[in-house]
Design a protein around this ligand. Structure first.
Ligand SMILES: [Fe+2]
Length: 438
């Protein structure tokens, strides 16, 4: 009995020291960490999100001079996050939205409060309107261990190669692990990229724990749906992010499948009304509809859930995306890179034999989940399927350049080959008759 009490006391002490403390026991810190940006969808704005270990005010000081005084101020709020792990670690997530930014201008900022400030970071405000050429880095499945693509992504970011990042689900492996310390470590790791570029996300299966609570708390995506699904405009493109996970973790609410589906349809209708201005419709979701990997994942099944919906008939996304003329579908989950021929219902709809991606008659799918994580790469099935155009089993990430209303450039960077471009393709779609493939 005595020894049980002793253990109980020791556990309590450990809990006291561990919760709300960064990494190891010590004094909780008011210094901001895990700083990252996101675009809230409103032209001329940018949201800064960060973590502290004690509650503090949430302020961003910013300006356009590299050194010296930062004349502009924006205030925000924080929310208290309690992780679902046994230690119930508690930390504070701050969100401040900067508004009235000059399109394309470079800003310097720091975040925090009088109790502690971050170092200074730089970012470029997104340009307004439709007549510019956004450049994006796109990848999924990036872990806190074995994050192969990260060093090159950091260098690319420093060189100003991108306007935004799309992280197509699966972070850290996993953010909830070790009482969410793995999440903290991951968010610190991506800071050199994510504090300089809007880091736009969608949830993957690795975010599932405690009803996606780490994902919802740590990122700040547009809309009021905790980043599960949302859309935003970027130059000549409308980008839709959604959760494939609603089809798999039904215990968090079967109704989410239907709710998201209806939201997607209404968003696609609106996007099509605006198609003359923003011709490209690009989707991002974690688990692909198709893939030719050698595993038993959903995408290897003929009637995959994402493609055909629940029970092979309820709320499938292929018909919906085809009907509304989605141009490009970005996926991850498989730890490899695969480009598909334009496809609908297993049929290849190339524009022509010579130029398959010019006037494609079906959506183009890119699966880019090889940024690097502890699970390493996923092998492919021995024989590629007829709809599979290119397969690369190497670490890397995708560069997506939305050149204008008719041209999109996709390149795959290989980290195994020191940054070599291992796939390079242009999608060309005319402006007229853009709405439907039918
Ligand atoms: Fe995944």
């Amino acid at each position: 009995m005595c020894s049980l009490l002793g253990w109980g006391f020791l556990c309590c002490l450990l809990l006291l020291f561990s919760s709300g403390v960064q990494g190891a026991p010590g004094t909780p810190s008011a210094a901001p960490e895990q700083v990252h940006l996101s675009y809230p969808g409103e032209p001329g704005s940018m949201t800064v999100t960060w973590t502290t270990w004690v509650p503090t005010r949430s302020e961003v000081q910013f300006g356009m001079q590299l050194a010296g005084h930062l004349p502009l101020r924006a205030q925000g709020t924080f929310s208290t996050f309690v992780d679902g792990g046994v230690l119930r670690r508690k930390f504070y997530i701050h969100r401040v939205t900067l508004r009235g930014l000059l399109p394309g201008a470079e800003y310097v900022y720091r975040c925090g409060s009088a109790q502690g400030w971050s170092r200074r970071f730089r970012f470029r405000a997104l340009k307004n309107g439709v007549h510019w050429s956004p450049r994006l880095a796109v990848y999924g499945d990036l872990g806190a261990d074995n994050p192969k693509a990260l060093p090159r992504l950091r260098r690319d970011t420093l060189q100003g190669m991108y306007d935004a990042v799309l992280h197509v689900g699966d972070f850290a492996y996993n953010m909830d692990q070790d009482n969410a310390r793995v999440g903290d470590r991951f968010m610190r790791l991506i800071e050199p990229v994510a504090a300089s570029l809007p880091y736009m996300t969608c949830p993957g299966n690795h975010e599932e724990r405690y009803n996606f609570s780490n994902y919802k708390a740590r990122f700040s995506m547009p809309g009021d749906n905790e980043g599960l699904w949302y859309s935003w405009d970027l130059g000549p493109a409308h980008i839709i992010s959604f959760s494939t996970e609603v089809y798999f973790f039904l215990h968090y609410g079967r109704h989410l499948v239907e709710k998201q589906f209806h939201w997607l349809e209404s968003d696609l209708q609106k996007a099509n009304k605006n198609r003359v201005a923003r011709p490209w419709i690009i989707t991002m979701g974690h688990r692909p509809m198709y893939c030719s990997n050698a595993d038993l994942d959903d995408c290897t099944w003929h009637e995959s859930k994402v493609r055909k919906g629940l029970h092979g008939k309820l709320f499938g996304l292929e018909d919906l995306f085809y009907k509304y003329g989605v141009d490009l579908q970005l996926w991850a989950h498989e730890h490899s890179y695969e480009r598909l021929w334009p496809i609908y219902n297993y049929q290849v709809f190339n524009g022509s034999q010579e130029t398959p991606y010019t006037h494609p008659r079906g959506p183009v799918h890119i699966i880019t989940g090889s940024a690097g994580c502890e699970e390493r790469l996923t092998p492919f099935a021995l024989f590629p399927r007829p709809w599979s155009a290119v397969r690369v089993k190497e670490y890397g990430y995708t560069r997506l350049h939305i050149r204008n209303g008719t041209h999109v450039h996709i390149q795959q960077v290989s980290d195994d080959q020191d940054g070599k471009i291992v796939d390079d393709v242009w999608i060309v779609r005319p402006l007229h008759g853009r709405r439907m493939y039918l």
